[in-house]
Design a protein around this ligand. Structure first.
Ligand code: ADP
Ligand code: MG
Length: 568
């Protein structure tokens, strides 16, 4: 194998030549403390930067096995090192010429702790996958700059980010312990009959709609009402108290601007673990929780929305309903049925993003527009059946309609950002002021029939490329010749998740779409493959930019593919 001296000399010799000559440096190099693999070399200074892998033996990195002995710890350690790496890389990066020249980057992260393909840790070694912008002026190689970058900065990066000695051991220890507790606690929720937990002292509000870090000042810490308070004795952190949300139907009520949506948002993201200092480290939610909203304009492929929508004008079937342009109510109905098909065990709904005519239909409206003239069976008449028939709980933010008091098990009022248990009051009011609504939901919720997606309806190719996918932030993925709009899928938090989801759809097509397997079957298979063999199975070559996703978000992307067809 070549060594760092060879690389250094080679880069100096490339100085002044055309950019394409960089292709020469592809290969492996032995450095004093690590192996450097230049995996892919970019074609020009503006192209996606070059892919680099570093492997540091544990004999040198020296991370104590206690930091990665359980899956929870291992994921937290890898997450921590990704962040550490990003920080040092940013520090060392400097513009050294044209385009991305001189930049060292690793996959981008937010507040969640997630398994990513950026860093791997085992007893043998630490592996980091990242990108370097090979320096050039115009299209002329800056060999000296490149030599400094790869042979001096990268070793420094390894020293400062990938060696235990250089890292704040206490903070790291804390992080892995918190993550382990979080996973443990999330697993205990069902045992206590809960679907969510919000620890006392949690900080829920964020800095802004585009900045997910905790609101710094003025944030009011969460404090559970006594009647809903539960405690957990966590393996590492000891006793933690907070509000437990019981299974069943929970309403979050309260005046506008009193923190309802903020609480629900924290619960939505409680399916993931959070980094230290986030404020939501101990907000945990049933891992099967899916955020549901209206999403007019989306496409729908053969979904049985008949539990909610029937007798459309022109006699259109709602048992295998397809459209290229759903309305607010049909999109929300499809979002629910698709979530159930994918195995959701809890729904989260916010009135801010729900279709009103899907949520409520009061007595007066029932009188004016008879049931046989209204295709929609409102959610209020189905929410209870969802729980009794399928065990699916719902948490619903509903400041606008007291009709829901009748169907709620728990009512939490947010007042000045603090929760109060108003269940008894709400029940009393419901008895005093009968709303006289007619139940429109029938006896049962209705069947959920799994669909069989057709392979030929999924085509990732574009032009002469067999697979062409490109992700734009967390909102959109260009898949072949189509753009999948995921702006309404709110539990996707990192672009890397979308990248992995796009890869998983391609993987599904080649491995499991056979006109036999149902969508839930396919999701089972893919998630099992990833759990067993890691995200790398999704792509032809190892990538550093994939992030683990849930089955629900994978299903959501597939369901929003406008070309999707299912067996009839
Ligand atoms: P609602 O849904 O009840 O109308 P929101 O949850 O949207 O209210 O919150 C309104 C505003 O208050 C938001 O800007 C939010 O960041 C802020 N906020 C929410 N919770 C808190 C809190 N605990 N402390 C301080 N500000 C908060
Ligand atoms: Mg709101």
């Amino acid at each position: 194998m070549l060594n760092h001296k060879d690389l250094y000399d080679n880069l100096l010799q490339l100085d002044g030549r055309g950019y394409k000559a960089y292709k020469d440096i592809k290969g492996s190099y032995q450095f004093r403390d690590f192996t450097l693999i230049i995996d892919h070399v970019q074609g020009d200074p503006f192209a996606s930067p070059s892919k680099v892998i570093v492997k540091v033996p544990q004999a040198i990195a020296q991370f104590p096995p206690s930091l990665y002995q359980s899956p929870s710890r291992e994921i937290a350690l890898r997450d921590y090192l990704t962040r550490q790496f990003a920080e040092v890389a940013q520090n060392l990066s400097s513009y050294r010429g044209t385009g991305k020249s001189g930049l060292i980057t690793i996959v981008s992260v937010k507040q969640e702790i997630l398994p990513r393909t950026s860093i791997f840790v085992n007893e043998g070694q630490i592996e980091a996958r990242f990108w370097v912008g090979l320096p050039a002026r115009g299209r002329t190689i800056l060999g000296r700059q490149a030599a400094k970058m790869l042979c001096e900065d990268v070793p420094e990066l390894v020293d400062r980010a990938l060696k235990y000695g250089a890292i704040d051991g206490k903070t790291l220890q804390n992080q892995v312990e918190i993550a382990e507790d979080a996973d443990w606690l999330r697993q205990k929720l069902a045992e206590k009959g809960l679907v969510a937990f919000v620890a006392n002292g949690s900080i829920l509000p964020r800095r802004s709609g585009v900045d997910p870090r905790p609101l710094a000042e003025e944030a009011i810490a969460f404090e559970s009402p006594k009647s809903l308070e539960v405690e957990f004795n966590c393996p590492n952190s000891g006793l933690i108290r907070g509000m437990g949300i019981p299974q069943g139907i929970t309403l979050i009520v309260g005046g506008g601007y009193h923190g309802k949506s903020t609480l629900l948002r924290a619960i939505e993201l409680g399916v993931y673990n959070h980094i230290q200092g986030d404020g939501r480290e101990f907000v945990m939610t049933d891992p099967g929780a899916v955020k549901i909203r209206a999403e007019d304009g989306r496409s729908i492929a053969g979904v049985d929305i008949s539990p909610f929508i029937n007798q459309l004008p022109q006699g259109r079937s709602t048992q295998d309903f397809s459209t290229t342009n759903a309305s607010g109510s049909t999109s929300q109905a499809a979002n629910i049925i698709e979530a159930l098909e994918a195995g959701a065990t809890m729904l989260l709904v916010d009135e801010d993003t729900a279709a009103t005519n899907f949520m409520i239909r009061d007595r007066r409206m029932q009188q004016l527009i008879a049931k046989d003239k209204e295709p929609i069976t409102p959610f209020i008449d189905k929410i209870r059946q969802l729980y009794t028939d399928y065990g699916v709980s719902t948490i619903l933010v509903m400041g606008g309609s007291g009709d829901y008091f009748d169907v709620a098990d728990t009512v939490i009022a947010m007042e000045n950002f603090q929760p109060f248990d108003v269940t008894n009051q709400a029940k009393m009011i419901a008895q005093q002021h009968l709303n006289d609504r007619l139940q429109e939901g029938g006896e049962t919720f209705g069947q959920i029939t799994p669909r069989i997606p057709l392979a030929e309806s999924i085509d990732p190719s574009r032009g002469n490329r067999l697979v062409k996918v490109k992700v734009r932030d967390v909102d959109e993925v260009a898949f072949g010749t189509e753009d999948i709009d995921l702006a309404a899928v709110e539990q996707i938090v990192e672009p890397g998740q979308l990248r992995a989801i796009a890869a998983a759809i391609v993987y599904a097509k080649t491995h499991y779409l056979d006109c036999n397997r149902t969508l839930p079957d396919i999701l089972d298979q893919i998630m099992a493959d990833i759990a067993e063999k890691g995200l790398d199975i999704l792509t032809e070559f190892p990538q550093g930019d994939l992030v683990l996703f849930r089955r629900f978000e994978l299903a959501a992307a597939l369901n929003r593919l406008r070309s999707l067809k299912v067996m009839v």
